[in-house]
Design a protein around this ligand. Sequence first.
Ligand SMILES: Cc1cc2nc3c(=O)[nH]c(=O)nc-3n(C[C@H](O)[C@H](O)[C@H](O)COP(=O)(O)OP(=O)(O)OC[C@H]3O[C@@H](n4cnc5c(N)ncnc54)[C@H](O)[C@@H]3O)c2cc1C
Length: 380
Amino acid sequence: MNVVIIGCGVVGAMIAYELSQVPGLNITVFDRKSPAQASTGAALGVLMGVISQKVKGTAWQMRQTSIQRYGTLIPEIEAITGRKIPFNRQGIVLLLSEDTEHPLASGVEVLSEWEQLREIRQSQGWKLEIWDIEQLRKFCPQIDHPKITGAVYSPQDYQLNPTALTLALVDAAQRKGVNFNFNVSVTGIGIPPEKTEFEDYQKCNFIETTTGKVTADWFIVSAGLGSTSLIAQLDQMVDIRPVLGQALYLSLGHILGNPDFQPVITGNDVHIVPVGGRDYWVGATVEFPTNGNDIPPSKELLESLRQQAIAFCPELAKASVIRTWSGLRPRPEGRPAPIIGKLPGFSNIVLATGHYRNGVLLAPATSQAIQQIISPQDSR
Ligand SMILES: Cc1cc2nc3c(=O)[nH]c(=O)nc-3n(C[C@H](O)[C@H](O)[C@H](O)COP(=O)(O)OP(=O)(O)OC[C@H]3O[C@@H](n4cnc5c(N)ncnc54)[C@H](O)[C@@H]3O)c2cc1C
């Protein structure tokens, strides 16, 4: 069976790798650029699974599936490719402040709500710890702010480098026979002939690319922000809009806090991500378009991000900014993220797109869902 995957960010690359293990599939991936150039190339790779406030339904199932799979996937891909994927297994520390109006407030502030979540996670087989200020000072002495009252520690959540992961997935998938075509745009999805009155679904049989026409049995659209215009050609609306994120690469000259304990630290949605040595990523802003889909990056918001990080981790004031970057998150308009499933009205076009702020986190669960659709008998 021939499968075409359109888009090679983390989602397309993950699907390609996971499907490469299903017998009988002949997989071809197209990307108009090199892999991991769009949203994936800007992501911080913070995987907020256990610490997320999703407790049931698909939203929690997908997080759980992904966190479980990452635990086995990273060593698996490293062994196949010989590549090293920066992978932080020391968890996520989420700072708590009593004052919900305060800039350090982090969503669910009330301690009893976190305690409730801890109980739920325990019943689901996962661990969360709630630290008071003394414990926080002991484990993360770099954190210092009068309003911070403690933290929630999620030891089983991860952070990884999304670009390194995507490139390694491509490498591993290639070794398992997947055919990648980079710098080739998909310009159209074959407009099928009108369905007859006896058919419920239309079937697509080819795509047009900048290097020619390609036929297949299945077409998986993992094109992020590029998905909308492709699907529009089929008179279908999959409205995905950009939300800009900016981030900073800081170098400090020394390690923050305890050198043996370097988790991601999150305060008021600002992540401080250790990336090795004495370097840290700080991100990310959340900037909505004001005029059409245009979002000029705001210098003020980037500086405010840096200041927020300094507010709870004062040593960062001394860090030098090595570089800054930005990227566009693909956010579905008027419906929850992500969009996974068959395109309504079509039997063989499958959407795996619109992952907004959690595409790296949800890529493994997404690929399992896609596998269920196209090859249910081989799904794990
Ligand atoms: C600053 C920032 C920080 C983030 N941090 C995190 C985080 O900590 N954790 C997390 O889970 N998520 C995070 N995200 C979100 C995450 O980056 C996205 O959800 C994820 O990368 C989406 O992956 P994707 O593969 O669907 O899309 P993309 O990475 O955008 O890939 C889509 C691909 O499709 C290709 N394409 C589009 N149209 C066509 C076409 N017509 N033909 C051929 N190819 C096409 C593009 O070239 C691109 O390579 C962050 C995002 C940003 C911007």
